[in-house]
Design a protein. Structure first.
Length: 114
């Protein structure tokens, strides 16, 4: 399975971006997909996750500002990011977990200027 992330870019604080992650290839059912980010000099952290049945989970730092969603038919994961802050800057990775499998996309850079 390949995960292709897109949608990153440069935005001013308070702005919005929408990330997409398209899954392709393989016959494995991905039960959970999520977005993770890594800021310069910091460890990778979970931003938001979504299961096949619609359960979602968010990091406290993004609650109320970010929304994760999945299009099961298109095998695509989205992250709507609103009210962006400079501390949201980092490389955003999508992840897909199936039974016995753990997939990561290549990452897309989000830069929020103050």
């Amino acid at each position: 399975v390949q995960l292709q992330a897109s949608g990153g870019g440069l935005v001013q604080a308070g702005g919005s971006l929408r990330l997409s992650c398209a899954a392709s290839g393989g016959d494995f059912r991905i039960s959970l997909m999520g977005w993770y980010r890594q800021a310069p000099g910091k460890q990778r952290e979970m931003v938001a996750t979504a299961t096949t049945v619609g359960s979602t989970n968010y990091a406290d730092s993004v609650k109320g500002r970010f929304t994760i969603s999945r299009d099961i038919v298109k095998n695509t994961l989205y992250l709507q990011m609103d009210s962006l802050k400079p501390e949201d800057t980092g490389v955003y990775y999508c992840r897909g977990i199936a039974v016995g499998r753990d997939y990561w996309g290549q990452g897309t850079l989000v830069t929020v200027s103050s």
